[in-house]
Design a protein around this ligand. Structure first.
Ligand code: ATP
Ligand code: MG
Length: 294
């Protein structure tokens, strides 16, 4: 397991810190609800950078809330309110605590990332056979459910087969999660397409209420959990331009940064110009998708 350089989460009065991931901090509120806070942290290649991207946490929080609304008739979600302590206003939501299913529910309409690696090795993704001749960025014959198991902090998620999910949570739950995941993808893909954006893939997390109802949790359809590509620039056979941290990744890998990925050291601080362009990319994605001004 890799060492992760996650900074200490700030104390929030009246809330108990539970967990910090690379980007978000989770707290418990009196009464048992959760406070999910999105920081301005950014990670590339599993390193949390020393430099933050101003407004990123708020942009992603607002985007996720907007999507929860778009999906509300398909699946209930965990959001209770956005009435949060002043220190985290705009970047946090109060949500109900769910018993999370131990499955990362991924839907893919296009082939890239770990899906592409699996396909190149076996012609399959998560046990689903795909046609020959697909390239990086190819559109799949139809969207597929490609579950993964959540890794320990710092490890990569591992793709698993649908049969593995059945073994873990039972056939009925597995079928429900697959159907919900593909339903959410279909809705979101069509909304994004109308706005000139391809939703290549997305990762969802579901959990159960005490009464057994399945509820959509975590964050949804943000650039941290999904791949959004400008439709006009889509061209299979190469890495697609995308609305996320690509600017940061490209800079880190360029000679300009002086960083050696193989060194095992964290990348150096980002130049202000890279920070500004990255922030602009998140704002652009927010505005295009939601139709709202930032
Ligand atoms: P990273 O995303 O950095 O790889 P991570 O997933 O551990 O690491 P976060 O995404 O910041 O870090 O953590 C959010 C945690 O909260 C996840 O474990 C997620 O499954 C969990 N979670 C999300 N929504 C709920 C909920 N409603 N109830 C309980 N747990 C939730
Ligand atoms: Mg996470």
């Amino acid at each position: 397991m890799a060492e992760l350089n996650i900074p200490t989460a700030p104390a929030i009065e009246g809330a108990t810190h539970l967990h910090s991931g690379k980007v978000r901090d989770l707290y418990e509120l009196p009464g048992g609800d959760l406070l999910m806070v999105a920081s301005d942290r950014i990670s590339i290649f599993d390193f949390v950078l020393d430099t933050t991207i101003p407004d990123k946490g708020e942009i992603l929080t607002r985007m996720s809330l907007w999507w929860f609304d778009q999906l509300a008739d398909l699946v209930p979600n965990h959001v209770i309110s956005t009435d949060v302590p002043d220190a985290v206003k705009g970047r946090a939501v109060v949500c109900e605590r769910l018993a999370m299913y131990p499955v990362e529910c991924v839907a893919r309409g296009y082939l890239t990332g770990s899906g592409l690696l699996d396909y190149r090795a076996s012609g399959e993704v998560c046990g689903i056979a795909l046609p020959d001749g697909l390239e990086d960025g190819s559109r799949l014959p139809g969207p597929i459910f490609t579950p993964a198991t959540k890794a320990e902090l710092g490890d990569h998620d591992e793709n698993v087969t649908y049969a593995d999910v059945v073994t873990t949570i039972g056939g009925e739950r597995a079928a429900e999660l697959r159907e919900l995941t593909l339903g959410v993808y279909a809705r979101a893909e069509s909304i994004a397409r109308e706005r000139g954006i391809i939703l290549a893939d997305t990762k969802l997390e579901f959990g159960a209420r005490p009464d057994g109802t399945t509820v959509l949790g975590d964050e949804v359809l943000t650039p941290d959990s999904s791949r959004f590509w400008p439709a006009a620039e889509w061209q299979p056979g190469r890495t697609q331009p995308s609305y996320d941290k690509q600017i940061v990744r490209n800079w880190a890998l360029s000679p300009e940064s002086g960083w050696d990925k193989a060194s095992g050291e964290a990348p150096p601080p980002l130049p202000p110009e890279v920070v500004e362009r990255t922030r602009g990319r998140y704002v652009e994605a927010f505005e295009l998708l939601t139709g709202q001004r930032w």
